[in-house]
Design a protein around this ligand. Structure first.
Ligand code: ATP
Ligand code: MG
Length: 578
């Protein structure tokens, strides 16, 4: 077990603080974790945790461990190395692709997550309905060859995850486990002091059907979320839906007509050419491909139609089609439609082997303009109801700022967020591919129903700093603060002796304290370090003590200074911590 350091003398404690911002860091958490001596980069996306950083990570770990244990989740520790073969069985060696770190001289990988490995433990052990349900977790290092590791530990190639897995008899059981994890997650993030919210999310390479992400709103985030003003709706943009403002029919019933549009290659150019502002009737067409080369089958093609001022949401489209898609290459576009990207449309397609999916906003719309599938030509007066056979209407657009929610018609705003946790209802994907089964009451074989639940430890720390900092440094608060009190001794002699006494008193009271007892360090330097490291309360022992036995307490967040009599100090500190 890890022992949390709760007191330390700065003269012995290694905190290499930096005055200047590192040149390659752009977000507060990255800059401040480096400047406060919490982390040090070894190579892209790989960090050493220095003593101060480790204290914070351990505190987060402790909170997570307590909340997992509280819901009856068993702690394991699985290996990071894992045989290729296991990942081939679930198809994830391919699905993860370059994200997986492969070992060159062995058929092993460094695991990016542990569904497969936990399932291999479940398989010979959870064999009867009597063995279920179970919840298991570990807190362990994960390896992911992220393409663009950046923003410090927010996106690293080696990071710590708490990953938990539930094993249930059926989907009702899964609902119960999922709910327990969700509640534990809310407690964890609350105890960590994060302002967070949960959103509906896509399941990605994990498989499964329902998932929820826990988000912290921040410019440093790489996720885009849609949040409603009335607080009833929050969703990852990947799956977000909004009220579809239908492009109303005009019922003019004009025949469609081809017209020359020289050098018009985009919707913006088309609007300019036509001298119109409203782009909703300019139906934007794109071609996507379900690539079946690997399976030695013919590729499938999809033409999408959305309003000119909308974009296709590729993750929603993938979810509708139930498979991965890619954009059509230029030569494929010519082959399938007859034209380049700028002149494609639903009418006069060269190939019949193409499925047309239009966004719900265009349901049965008319008077539309789209490409003619001949370069430099468009067609006007398109009536989708009249002119396009076998068209399918689905919600395929990206939700935008000012859209309205489906249920409450509340205004939606779009924001950036950091994903700190993600819970999935996996279902039977892994039980099926790895044969994880149990015998039910009637002696019949059934697949175990699984869930998977992840939290990034370093991301919690970084997200906290994103939300709690100022121009001087970090502002810690609550349970994950590395220390409660930063005791600053300003001079030698009697002041040092008094500070030593205060230090010992705080230790006796079990108050986590960092003691700046460094000799020959200027006061200004000590103050700057204290503000940078950001411990919630500072105790300053200096001249005011010599003059009239007063000690100064500074509250880091508010900059408020309180002068107290020496004799009242400890009581005041206890009160402030409370
Ligand atoms: P992202 O979309 O940010 O790559 P993910 O969906 O791949 O995240 P999961 O596989 O659900 O993440 O992992 C669970 C948790 O692990 C995430 O919620 C996040 O907190 C953390 N995590 C994932 N990837 C990283 C990373 N590269 N660096 C740090 N933490 C990470
Ligand atoms: Mg990822």
């Amino acid at each position: 077990m890890h022992i949390l350091i709760d007191y330390m003398r700065l003269s012995k404690f290694f905190i290499p603080t930096l005055k200047e911002n590192p040149s390659d860091a752009f977000f507060p958490s990255h800059i401040l974790m480096i400047r406060a001596g919490m982390i040090k980069q070894l190579t892209a996306g790989v960090y050493s945790y220095l003593p101060l950083g480790l204290i914070v990570f351990r505190k987060i770990e402790k909170i997570i461990r307590e909340e997992m244990n509280a819901i009856g989740c068993n702690e394991f520790l699985l290996p990071a190395l894992s045989p290729n073969e296991l990942w081939e069985q679930t198809g994830r060696l391919d699905a993860f692709g370059d994200i997986i770190f492969r070992i060159k001289n062995r058929d092993l990988i460094l695991a990016p997550t542990h569904e497969e490995v936990f399932a291999t433990i479940a398989k010979p052990n959870l064999v009867s309905y009597k063995d279920l349900p179970q919840m298991w977790y570990q807190i362990q290092t994960k390896f992911r060859n992220e393409a663009r590791p950046k923003s410090g530990v927010l996106r690293a190639r080696q990071f710590t995850m708490k990953d938990a897995y539930s094993f249930d008899l059926d989907y009702n059981g899964l609902d119960v486990s999922y709910k327990l994890q969700e509640q534990a997650y809310r407690k964890i993030f609350t105890r960590c002091g994060l302002k967070f919210f949960s959103v509906e999310a896509a399941s990605g390479t994990m498989g499964g059907n329902e998932s929820m992400e826990f988000m912290v709103e921040s410019d440093a985030g790489e996720d885009i979320v849609a949040i409603s003003e009335d607080g009833t709706y929050a969703s990852n943009i990947e799956v977000a839906t909004a009220y579809p403002e239908i492009v109303e029919r005009k019922n003019t019933n004009l025949p469609y007509e081809k017209f020359h549009t020289p050098n018009v290659k985009s919707i913006a150019e088309l609007a300019d050419f036509l001298k119109i502002k409203d782009k909703s009737r300019l139906a934007k067409s794109r071609v996507f491909v379900i690539d079946k080369q690997k399976e030695n089958q013919e590729n499938e093609y999809i033409l999408t139609l959305v309003c000119g001022d909308d974009e296709v949401n590729e993750s929603k489209l993938e979810a509708i089609l139930g498979t991965k898609i890619r954009q059509g290459h230029p030569d494929e576009l010519i082959e399938i439609t007859g034209a380049d990207a700028g002149s494609i449309g639903p009418i006069g397609l060269k190939s019949k082997n193409i499925k047309i999916i239009a966004d719900l906003k265009l349901k049965d719309s008319d008077e539309l303009i789209s490409g003619a599938n001949i370069n430099d030509y468009h067609i006007k007066n398109i009536d989708l109801k009249r002119d396009v056979k076998d068209i399918i209407y689905k919600d395929i657009r990206v939700v935008k700022e000012n859209d309205l929610t489906l249920k409450t018609k509340s205004r939606i705003r779009i924001s950036k967020a950091i994903e700190v946790g993600h819970i999935f209802k996996l279902g039977t994907k892994y039980s099926e591919s790895l044969g994880v089964k149990y015998l039910d009451k009637d002696g019949k074989e059934q697949l175990i129903v699984m869930g998977s639940y992840g939290i990034g430890l370093e991301r919690i720390a970084a997200a906290f700093i994103e939300q709690n900092n100022d121009d001087k440094g970090i502002i810690w608060e609550g349970e994950i603060a590395p220390f409660k009190v930063h005791l600053i001794s300003l001079e030698q002699g009697i002041i040092s002796e008094t500070s030593d006494l205060i230090y010992n008193n705080l230790k006796e009271k079990n108050i986590d304290v960092l003691y700046d007892d460094r000799k020959d360090v200027r006061a200004g330097f000590k103050f700057n370090d204290a503000d940078l490291i950001g411990i919630p309360l500072q105790i300053i022992v200096g001249e005011k003590f010599l003059k009239d036995k007063k000690i100064e307490i500074k509250i880091r967040r508010t900059n408020e200074r309180i002068l107290v009599n020496y004799d009242d100090l400890i009581n005041k500190i206890v009160e402030l911590i409370r």
